[in-house]
Design a binder for this molecule. Structure first.
Ligand SMILES: Cc1cc2nc3c(=O)[nH]c(=O)nc-3n(C[C@H](O)[C@H](O)[C@H](O)COP(=O)(O)OP(=O)(O)OC[C@H]3O[C@@H](n4cnc5c(N)ncnc54)[C@H](O)[C@@H]3O)c2cc1C
Length: 433
């Protein structure tokens, strides 16, 4: 047998819409486009959907409610459909649960498989987009490196939901990265989990543990620059004795530079081992702890941000601005883990209110048939630090999917999509905008 014979069997027709990346933004974009009658192909580099939550063990869902007395929901639509699917397979804590909205990343994969199947989306796993044919303002096709070699696939419209704006960058379009002052991005983090943790004892001695951690840092026995030890429960917390750590901190590296990314992965593994030994050898309740798993990759908080038709800013968020072309709401605060080392900056959003995300921020300049979904939309470093969380990227995904469908049907450039129609459709599907 020759590879050419295998490739003969793999025929993928031209699609209405191709979605690059199967995180929450990409998965829900694909569902939303298919729900509007599009023939959709979703391309994902891993063997599963779910993005950071599935590959990098990211949990819980950060807030999707207004803070303060109102407590109103801010993110619904397909995000709510997904939450119901997760509940159906026991993969999400109930809102009243002490740990908030923890999700089980492995069951999330299953829930998404089922959801995409229900809407007839074709999914291509183990498929990494590595090249884009872009000319005269249009993406013509993408080249996908698969387990069967390279494959070229075509569509009328493309949605870049890679989290890092890969498709946009590979098309040769300009982008921003990192904070304005020095281009540094928020740190990367490999999450990990320990089992056999005695939570009660651990919690009782938390203050003492933090003191000891800082002492070890000062003595250079701990190299991790993070200011504290960030832990979460897991589904079933705390009875199952599993503790989730979002606490490694890789600073000063560019997530889009493959050399930096490689160095970061190995540094993060050293930090995991350092923390594991520190806890096991010094902290009550951790004597029997066992490292059970770590993310398959470092979690990326921030990388490329597209140059779109509107740059969402910190001021838009803290002044809870309501845009005429709003396609999603958000209530999460500006949460910047220090790109250079220790410390985390928080800036709250006013109680009983929400900010909005304009459609124009999803549309890259100088591209007619490309829409961006998820965290790389056009925003400043500060605004990105709020809109990057999963409930919001999910809602952006739904809007991108509907917008692509409207563009295909009306043969329109992405920026000319009728926003009134987009908003009406979003509302009709229960989205809050
Ligand atoms: C350490 C850390 C902690 C966080 N904590 C929280 C939290 O507690 N709560 C919360 O709500 N959010 C949290 N976030 C933020 C959140 O996880 C991400 O911002 C969010 O997942 C972004 O969603 P997305 O769909 O845009 O991108 P992603 O989740 O990154 O999905 C992108 C998808 O595209 C695929 N892909 C990428 N490149 C290619 C390519 N070239 N070809 C094919 N496929 C590709 C990826 O494999 C992935 O499946 C955290 C992030 C990090 C890193």
């Amino acid at each position: 047998m020759r590879l050419s014979e295998l490739k003969e069997r793999i025929k993928i027709d031209k699609r209405d819409v191709i979605v690059a990346g199967g995180g929450l933004a990409g998965s829900l974009a694909a569902v939303a486009a298919a729900r509007e009658g599009m023939n959709v192909l979703l391309i994902e580099k891993y063997g599963f959907l779910g993005g950071m939550a599935a590959s990098a063990l990211i949990t819980p869902f950060m807030t999707y409610f207004e803070s303060g007395e109102s407590g109103k929901l801010a993110n619904k639509g397909l995000f709510e459909v997904l939450r119901n699917k997760l509940a159906g397979v026991g993969a999400i804590c109930k809102p009243e649960c002490v740990c908030g909205q923890n999700i089980n990343g492995d069951l999330l994969k299953l829930a998404l498989d089922r959801l995409l199947k229900e809407y007839g989306v074709t999914v291509l796993l183990h498929s990494l987009i590595g090249d884009v044919d872009f000319s005269a303002g249009r993406v013509k096709s993408v080249t996908v490196s698969t387990v069967s070699g390279n494959i070229n696939v075509k569509a009328d419209y493309f949605i870049d939901a890679t989290g890092n704006a890969d498709l946009t960058a590979f098309a040769g379009l300009e982008y921003n990265i990192g904070r304005e002052s020095d281009g540094l991005c928020q740190p990367m983090t490999t999450c990990f989990r320990l089992c056999n943790v005695d939570w009660e004892k651990y919690n009782k001695n938390a203050a003492k543990t933090l003191e000891l951690y800082k002492k070890f840092q000062a003595e250079k026995k701990i190299k991790n620059p993070r200011e504290d030890i960030l832990t979460f429960g897991f589904v079933g917390y705390p009875s199952d004795g599993v503790m989730h750590f979002n606490t490694t901190r890789i600073v000063g590296k560019d997530p889009t530079n493959v050399i930096d990314r490689t160095a970061g992965e190995t540094e993060a593994r050293e930090q995991i081992y350092e923390m594991y030994r520190f806890l096991k050898e010094n902290v009550e309740g951790m004597e029997n702890a066992v490292l059970i798993n770590a993310g398959a990759e470092m979690g990326i908080r921030e990388s490329r941000r597209i140059i779109g038709h509107y740059e969402l800013s910190r001021d838009d968020l803290v002044s809870v601005r309501k845009f005429g072309d709003s396609i999603a709401r958000g209530t999460y605060e500006i949460d910047i883990h220090n790109p250079a080392g220790t410390g985390t900056h928080h800036e709250r959003i006013p109680d009983n209110d929400y900010y909005t995300i304009p459609y124009r921020s999803l549309v890259p300049q100088n591209a007619d048939n490309l829409i961006v979904a998820g965290r790389p939309i056009c925003s400043t470093h500060e605004a990105h630090a709020a809109i990057r969380i999963m409930p919001i990227t999910s809602c952006i995904g739904e809007a991108a999917g509907i917008a692509a469908a409207l563009a295909v049907k009306g043969k329109k450039a992405a920026i000319d999509v009728p926003v009134g129609e987009l908003r009406t459709l979003l509302k009709s599907h229960g989205a809050l905008i």
